[in-house]
Structure formats: C-alpha cells, structure tokens
Design a protein around this ligand. Structure first.
Ligand code: ADP
Ligand code: MG
Ligand code: ZN
Length: 502
C-alpha cells in the first residue's frame, strides 16, 4: 500500500464543498430467493440451496418472489417514494465467477420506487433531509473464497471456491440523490442516514439488516467542488462499507484525499475504492465501468411488475411509525435526554425495554435493568441483549416484585443473576434462594435494636444530632439481614428508636 497524501480535514473543508451519494444494498429476509424457490437460511452447506434457475442453467425460467415485491413497495413507501405503476427487470451483463448466469437480474431505468426522501436527525438534534433517487429490486451474487493467498484476496491464491447459496437472494438497492450542503458534517450525515435507514428496515420487518453479517452494505460516493462552485467534481465510490463507523470514516478520508489531489493540481479518476478497517484508509479498486459496458436490456423471461394501486394503499396502511418520530416520542414520554436515548439505541436495548414495558414494567425500571445489569452482562459475554437467557417478561416480573416491596435493589439483582444462571422464573429464584425482603417488623425491630446495642458510640452521635451517622447503623442491619431488608424502612426505625427526626 502506498502512502497517500492527505490534507487536514479542516483545511479541506475550508477550500471545498463535499458532495456525497450513498448506495445501500439490503438483503431481504424472505424465506426463498428472488426468482426461484430455493431456501435462504444462512449456514447451510455450500451449494445446498441451489437449483437450475439460480445456477443459470439453460432452459430454466425465473419467477418473481411476491413477498420480495411487497417488501420493496413497503420500503419505497416508507422512504416517501412514488411507486411505479408498471416496471420491468433488466439484465446487467458482466462476467464474474460468482454470478453463474453471467448477468445480474436487476432494475435499470424502471425502478419500483423513486423520488423520495428520508429525514435524519444529527447528534445536535438538527434534522437533515436526504433525497432518495430510487429503490430497486435485484439479486445477490454467490460468494467466492480465494485459497492459498496471504490476505484472502484473489492475488496470490492457488484456487477459488464458489458457494452459490447466496446467488439469487433478494436485494433492494436504495440510492440517494447527490447530498449537498452538509459541509463539514457530510460524514456525520452519511452515518446518520445509514443508521436511520437500518432502523427503518428493521421496523418494517423486511430484514434484520445486520451490517456485520453483510445483510446491509453501503457504497460511499464522494466528490469535492471548490467552495461556492455549482458543478460537481468527479466522484470516487468506496465499496461495501459494512459498519456505521466505517461509513463515517470512509467519507472523511475521501474528503481529505480528494483535497490533497486537487490542491496538488491533479485530477480525480472515477474509480471504485476499497475501505480498510485497520487504518481507515481507502485504496484504488477498478476504474468505473460506464452503464454502456453492462449492456442493460429488459429481462425477456419475466413479466413486468404492475403493483395494483389499491394494494399499494393497503401496504401504506401497514407502515410503522417512522423510527425518528418514535424515538422522539419515547424520549419525551420517558423524560430522558437525546444522549441517553442514543445509549439505549447503541446498546440494542430499545426493543427489550419496550417489551418489558408492554409486560407491565414501569419505563424507568425497565430502562434501569436493561441498560444497567443486563447491558453489563451482555457486554461481558460478548452477546446482544436479546441473546441473554432472560425474557422481557421476566425482567418485568422482577420490576413488579420490587414495586410491591418484596425485593430491594440488591435482591432484585440476585434474582436476575439466578434467572440468567438458568434457575428458572424470578418467583422460583426468589423462593429457592430465599431472597424475599425481611418486611416482618418484629424481625426488623430486633435487628435494629441489636445494631444500636452493638454500636453505642454511633448511636450517641445520632442522638446528639448527627443524623448522617445513621448510615453506619443501616449498614449493620443490612449486613445482619444479608441485605434482605428495606433500607429506607430500616433508617426510619433507627431514627424512631433514637428519638430523632429524619
Ligand atoms: P453507479 O451505479 O455508477 O454507482 P448510481 O447512480 O447507482 O451510479 O449511484 C451513484 C451515486 O452517487 C448516487 O447516489 C448519486 O446521487 C451520487 N453521485 C452522482 N454524482 C456524484 C458526484 N459527482 N459526487 C458525489 N456523488 C455523486
Ligand atoms: Mg453504484
Ligand atoms: Zn434456486
């Protein structure tokens, strides 16, 4: 890798305005492929989910997956797009071993959805509107694995293995209009857009959109124009960026690289680039093909898609509340800051919290457990919150036990520990571990009397007006009851016994 000159980010933005274009591919979570009945479940043995159609054998014929069309229409509607009355598939011709038909069935000048927008919220709360040019349907390619080379790349490999299980899995490609006017915030806008889109896709239930699994990937197009200019510069296209952080870094890096080339009197070549996770840099890929190179033509083996208007309106009725709107609504209902909400999202805690609330937990309690104890545990185990062996209903039950005074904080934590350890439902754990709060006033009174008797010096201080010293006695009682007392009640009893006001 040759070292590339970069201009500092601030200097680049002082001289140039960035223009961006984001192309996002989403793998739909349909049970079968786009044009055949092959299964799409991940993890199957190589080439076990293939048939003559997705292998491109002569004489085989494709049939469009109705669920994929429905998902495409719903995505289009959620992105405020117009839905085509009539559109066709097209063949995009090129040769690559992971594409057995030697063409990709895609859409070209007749996308199913076009002319929309997505409003994204930046960290400071500002809303930025990103124009959507189109969303179209296509199919994924197979997967090549290059063997023998040092880096897993084709260079230096002795041979390659091909797995066509992925060939033909439905994809939706969502393409933005050129994004202008973001200035120094362009990388932040790129990240916020992909984050918002991912949430939207998940809310629609059309894909899990797990970027780390390649279910959602983003190509970042970027160019610079001298400040104040109108004509766009030449773009580079950084391919297959697969995390939110990388999207932001790739945009930032390209701004600095383009500025260095332009400042030095050079020209930007239109090319694809690879992003490198380790140092956040990009390196040249191939010089970009023109559309003519693909010899697009309408797919003769498939009938056009003409979504019935009444059906489209019916689908519009199934759209979820837009994630941004939902987030802001919940934030207000819960009385938390933008920043706190962001932490909830980053932890993947929103759905579990909502499910616990639906099961009867107060919002603040649900948030407290999922963002505290459970987030810590998930982090330690390196798993998603949703993968922890505890259900939102069980968390809600713990909250209820706390609310009715049967558990205090410490006991609740032990109960959760027990559930996570596979000891059963919260009630079962409380029973088996003997975790109930000591609320029997007689037993508490005895413990308080003993604590006072054993700590006369402290008791005198409290009698003398040093109420703050009561903490030490509360501690003694809690210790004596193995943490199974209600600390607030213990404090009350101590002050009562010593004849001072709380
Ligand atoms: P291609 O298939 O060649 O990548 P697309 O039209 O699918 O072309 O996508 C190009 C993306 O780049 C779109 O999001 C478009 O808005 C954006 N774009 C077009 N021209 C420029 C430019 N000069 N600078 C930055 N982005 C651009
Ligand atoms: Mg492209
Ligand atoms: Zn097939």
């Amino acid at each position: 890798m040759t070292v590339t000159d970069l201009v500092s980010y601030e200097d680049a933005l002082a001289s140039y305005d960035p223009v961006m274009g984001l192309e996002v591919h989403v793998e739909l979570g349909t049970r079968t492929k786009m044009f055949c009945g092959c299964a799409t479940a991940p993890g199957a043995p190589a080439n076990s989910q293939t048939c003559p159609t997705c292998l491109g054998l002569p004489g085989s014929l494709p049939v469009v997956n109705a669920t994929a069309v429905e998902s495409a229409v719903r995505i289009g509607l959620a992105l405020n797009c117009s839905i085509a009355e009539w559109c066709r598939f097209a063949r995009k011709n090129y040769f690559y071993p992971d594409m057995p038909k030697n063409f990709q069935t895609s859409q070209y000048d007749e996308p199913i959805a076009f002319d929309g927008y997505l409003d994204v919220q930046l960290e400071d709360g500002e809303v930025f509107r990103v124009g959507i040019e189109r969303a179209h349907m296509e199919e994924d390619t197979g997967k090549s694995t290059h063997i023998g080379g040092a880096t897993g790349r084709i260079h230096g490999a002795s041979h390659s293995l091909l797995d066509y299980n992925r060939a033909g899995i439905p994809l939706i490609e969502i393409v933005t209009r050129p994004i202008t006017g973001a200035g120094e915030r362009a990388p932040e806008v790129a990240r916020a857009y992909v984050a918002e889109l991912r949430e939207l896709i998940r809310a629609l239930g059309v894909s899990e959109a797990r970027m780390e699994m390649g279910q959602m990937r983003c190509d970042v197009n970027l160019s610079l124009m001298p400040k104040g200019a109108q004509a766009f510069g030449t773009r580079s296209e950084t391919k297959n960026v697969n995390s939110l952080r990388s999207v932001e870094r790739a945009a930032r890096y390209e701004i600095q690289r383009h500025a260095a080339v332009l400042d030095g009197g050079g020209v930007i070549v239109q090319e694809t680039r690879h992003f490198h996770e380790d140092d956040g840099s990009t390196t040249a890929g191939r010089v970009k093909e023109e559309a003519e190179d693909y010899r697009y033509f309408p797919e003769p083996d498939l009938v056009p898609v003409a979504p019935d208007r009444a059906w489209v309106e019916e689908l519009r009725g199934t759209l979820p509340e837009p994630p941004r709107v939902r987030r802001n609504r919940l934030r207000e209902e819960w009385g938390i800051s933008e920043h706190e909400m962001q932490s909830v999202l980053n932890a993947g805690a929103l759905d579990p919290i909502l499910a616990s609330i639906a099961a009867g937990a107060p919002a603040d309690q649900a948030r407290k457990w999922w963002m505290g104890e459970l987030a810590r545990r998930a982090n330690e185990d390196g798993v998603e919150l949703s993968a922890l062996p505890i259900t939102p209903e069980q968390v809600a039950r713990v909250c209820a036990l706390v609310a009715e005074g049967s558990l205090n904080d410490k006991l609740a934590r032990q109960t959760i520990e027990g559930v996570l350890a596979g000891e059963g439902d919260p009630d079962r754990v409380v029973e088996a571990r003997g975790l109930k709060v000591v609320s029997d006033e007689g037993a508490l009174g005895t413990a308080v009397d003993e604590a006072i008797a054993g700590n006369q010096a402290i008791a005198d201080k409290i009698r003398g007006g040093k109420v703050a010293a009561a903490g030490a006695l509360v501690g003694a009682v809690m210790k004596a009851t193995r943490g199974q007392a209600d600390a607030a009640r213990v404090r009350e009893l101590i002050l009562e016994r010593l004849g001072v006001q709380g």
